[in-house]
Design a protein around this ligand. Structure first.
Ligand code: HEM
Length: 499
């Protein structure tokens, strides 16, 4: 459910158009749609200029290109686009992409408007649900009224507790050791691909339970991939009923995976055996009115949990790996920390030891500053919103960007330098409340932060014990802005097994 905000990074880029128009059938259906959207857009823009005399709208960055607007420039380099706009227009400004007007709130003070807002004023489900509902299914997340989703988040949070985490550390360490056996003694491999495959296994193990993890074979992994491919720009921009092949594969995968989940849920209910895991938490959970979750709601929530953490954690883990490979002395400090905290013979990891790995913690924190996986959080303005002397009218997509907030020059010293020790200072972000928001804030704040930290720290503790890492010929991956979450380009790493 957090995958989609990052879609803004590529809206309207060449890739979108190719992706959308590459299919012959789609071309016939889509061209008329694009035409109609363009007409609707021109009329809407004309009407928008008739703003009430008393309302002062945020500065608008105009574009000579109708409908697409700034989509191409933004798609190429969203961070640069936003930073330049911040310099020129200040913290609040609007621009158009693909017929929609986006208003960015940059910097901590402006971001407060979004984080403190009520869902009735700045609405999340109207932005996110067309993407998430076909993937997770109906009755969960952004498909239900926000108060119901808040109840569901509370149920999920109950299952993400310290007692559970203690077991997770062991499970993740074992999965990591087993997975990386295939890497042999030394070589050069795609780190991001490996971590994505590993994290499906670890997340399924920890968040779904051993029965569902036990069924995770290659075929099921393919189903997850088809489902995951539902998080596309096309899915966000186009009506869900269009007969696109990727939509059909997504819908089929959704049904197949849910069938697997239903069987496991029903078997668990029938067996009467009570396991201490997330599945049991959801089977036992009730809404405030006493109603229990249906099998379909449980299955949808399990899917949401897995996919919310999948790309976010795998990209973050991969970037962390490259930051460590880039700085061998930091990597050795992290390895020394393993021994200092756990003992020279490096026994199996425990939750308490993981908590004491402060250097690794700071490295992860700094990775999330410079490479937050969610580049943009987005809401639809339902009511006029006052900010910095401007009024944002209803209908704007209101956005906050952790990526930009995390590197504002006036807030962060040496803003683009990877420096985990900056967190040893008392106020690394000049005391600004929303200067560091990789997990969001307010009503929609992430519930997976603690699990993500445990998962990534366990994986990297294990990897640091197994291997030494280097960049390949000094190449530090550039950022791929064409994916919804900004992944590393050509993410190949050099490794050698420790003696
Ligand atoms: C490095 C890992 C992760 C990052 C950086 C991250 C980031 C975020 C962000 C920025 C939001 C706020 C979205 C918004 O306000 O629009 C969010 C929400 C959320 N995340 Fe995460 N997340 C991570 C991992 C996870 C994991 C592992 C889970 C589940 C176990 C998870 C579950 C959720 C849920 C349920 C929400 C709530 C969405 C809402 O209320 O609208 N996340 N996450």
């Amino acid at each position: 459910m957090v995958l989609l905000p990052a879609m803004l990074s590529v809206l309207g880029s060449g890739a979108v158009v190719e992706q959308v128009l590459g299919d012959g059938l789609a071309t016939r259906v889509l061209l008329p749609c694009v035409f109609l959207l363009a007409v609707a857009y021109v009329s809407k823009r004309a009407l928008q200029h008739l703003q009430p005399a008393e309302a002062k709208y945020p500065p608008y960055i105009s574009s000579p290109i109708p409908f697409l607007g700034h989509a191409v420039a933004f798609g190429k380099s969203p961070v640069e686009f936003l930073e330049n706009a911040y310099e020129k227009y200040g913290p609040v400004f609007s621009f158009t992409m693909v017929g929609k007007t986006f208003t960015y709130l940059l910097g901590s003070d402006s971001a407060a408007l979004l984080f403190n807002s009520k869902n009735e004023d700045l609405n999340a489900e109207e932005v996110y649900s067309r993407l998430t509902t076909p993937v997770f299914g109906k009755g969960v997340a952004y498909d239900v009224p926000h108060p119901v989703f808040l109840e569901q988040k509370k149920m999920l949070k109950t299952g993400l507790n310290i007692a559970q985490f203690k077991g997770h550390v062991h499970a993740i360490e074992e999965e990591t050791k087993t997975y990386f056996e295939r890497w042999g003694e030394s070589g050069e491999r795609n780190l991001f691909e490996a971590l994505s495959e590993l994290i499906i296994l670890t997340a399924s193990h920890c968040l779904h339970g051993k029965e569902i993890r036990g069924q995770l074979n290659e075929k099921v992994a393919e189903l997850y991939a088809d489902l995951d491919a539902g998080f596309t720009h096309a899915a966000w921009l186009l009506p869900g009923w269009l007969p696109l092949p990727s939509f059909r594969r997504r819908d089929r995968a959704h049904k197949e995976i849910k069938k697997i989940f239903y069987k496991v849920i029903q078997a668990r209910r029938r067996s009467g055996v009570r396991d201490d895991d997330m599945l049991q938490t959801l089977i036992d959970a009730t809404y405030k009115d006493g109603r229990a979750l249906t099998d379909d709601e449980i299955a949808g929530m399990l899917l949401g949990l897995l996919l919310a953490g999948q790309h976010t954690s795998s990209t973050t883990s991969a970037w962390l790996g490259f930051f460590l490979a880039q700085d061998r002395s930091l990597q050795e400090e992290c390895y020394a920390e393993q021994k200092a905290v756990c003992g020279e013979d490096l026994p199996p990891l425990s939750y308490d030891q993981l908590k004491d790995m402060n250097i690794l913690d700071r490295c992860l924190k700094e990775t999330l500053r410079l490479r937050p996986p969610i580049m943009t959080m987005m809401r639809l303005a339902k009511t006029p919103q006052a900010i910095e002397g401007y009024t944002i009218p209803p209908g704007h997509q209101v956005c906050v960007s952790p990526t930009v907030n995390h590197r504002l020059k006036d807030i962060w010293m040496d803003h683009s330098t990877f420096n985990p020790n900056r967190y040893l200072q008392e106020n690394p972000a000049a005391g600004e409340k929303f200067a560091y928001v990789p997990f969001g804030a307010g009503r929609h704040r992430c519930i997976g932060e603690n699990f993500a930290y445990i998962q990534i720290k366990t994986i990297w503790s294990t990897l640091l014990r197994l291997f030494e890492f280097d960049l390949v010929d000094g190449y530090f991956p550039t950022i791929n802005y064409t994916t919804m979450i900004h992944t590393p380009n050509n993410p190949v790493i050099r490794y050698k097994r420790r003696a």
